[in-house]
Design a protein around this ligand. Structure first.
Ligand SMILES: Cc1cc2nc3c(=O)[nH]c(=O)nc-3n(C[C@H](O)[C@H](O)[C@H](O)COP(=O)(O)O)c2cc1C
Length: 251
């Protein structure tokens, strides 16, 4: 498709037309979990942060702050602290292996899971176990980590804004041939004063998400199947189900 696709106005997009460059960046992005040691040049990181800075936010509150960490010793220390905390979580919550006894740990795990329903979903819980056992690196050895801090005074739901901001960052990086991976586990660094002090994080800010950034090893990018879904489509006084996705659907 030619560049007119990104010009605002009455541009027509034919059914089945090739994806435009922006769509390609969106559709082909994958999370990268293996990075080269080579550092990303500073100007490139700053360009990527510009994409974050221009993200939409409720009331244009821009409830975010960025911290860029490229100090290898500091990143390694963060990794060690996350591993330590994952080990603590695993000790208390993994009823299959906990030395506290199966029944007591099972009860404790069930309670925690109800309180922290999203954090202790089986997927992050599985990752906690892998990190604790040294089978998965929390920051994937990336040379750059961008911390996204949330300004709690933001309008409405600042975490939604952080999501928009982070995705702009991820897509801008992808468009430049870089790899990224969101790192929800930075949340663990919120516990305790250590990292808040080290990084000078004070109210109204708190760590929300992290994105690691670097040059990918190999070529992990590419489109993969996503869930096919039905969209409820209201038009001309009627509702119909529109199937979104799947090999037999051309858009
Ligand atoms: C908010 C958020 C937090 C995430 N946290 C992690 C994480 O801590 N570690 C990790 O390896 N991947 C993390 N991911 C990446 C997801 O696992 C990944 O996006 C998902 O499996 C889909 O795969 P894809 O990004 O390759 O398309 C996170 C993604 C998001 C959006």
């Amino acid at each position: 498709m030619d560049e007119t696709a990104v010009v605002a106005g009455e541009t027509e997009v034919a059914t089945g037309a090739d994806w435009n460059p922006v769509e390609r960046v969106i559709l082909e992005r994958r999370s990268v979990r293996k990075y080269k040691d080579r550092q990303v040049p500073e100007n490139v990181v700053r360009r990527i942060l510009e994409a974050g800075r221009f993200a939409p936010s409720a009331g244009n509150a821009q409830p975010w702050k960025f911290i860029v960490i490229r100090d290898r010793a500091m990143l390694d220390e963060m990794e060690r602290d996350v591993v330590r905390l994952c080990k603590v979580f695993k000790f208390f919550l993994d009823w299959r292996t906990s030395p506290l006894g199966r029944s007591a740990t099972w009860l404790m795990a069930q309670t925690f899971i109800r309180i922290k329903r999203n954090q202790l979903h089986p997927i992050p819980f599985g990752a906690i176990t892998l990190i604790a056992e040294g089978k998965l690196r929390a920051f994937h050895g990336a040379p750059t980590l961008i911390l996204l801090l949330e300004d709690r005074r933001g309008v409405s739901r600042p975490q939604v804004d952080i999501g928009c901001c982070g995705e702009n960052i991820v897509l801008a990086a992808q468009s430049m041939g870089l790899g990224t991976c969101w790192v929800g586990f930075v949340e663990l660094l919120k516990y305790g004063l250590k990292w808040r002090k080290r990084l000078g994080i004070e109210f109204p800010y708190r760590i929300c998400e992290g994105i690691c950034l670097g040059y990918p090893v190999g070529n992990p990018q590419g489109m993969i199947e996503r869930e096919v879904m039905d969209v409820d489509w209201y038009e001309d006084g009627a509702m119909r189900k529109v199937r979104q996705g799947g090999d037999d659907v051309t858009v």
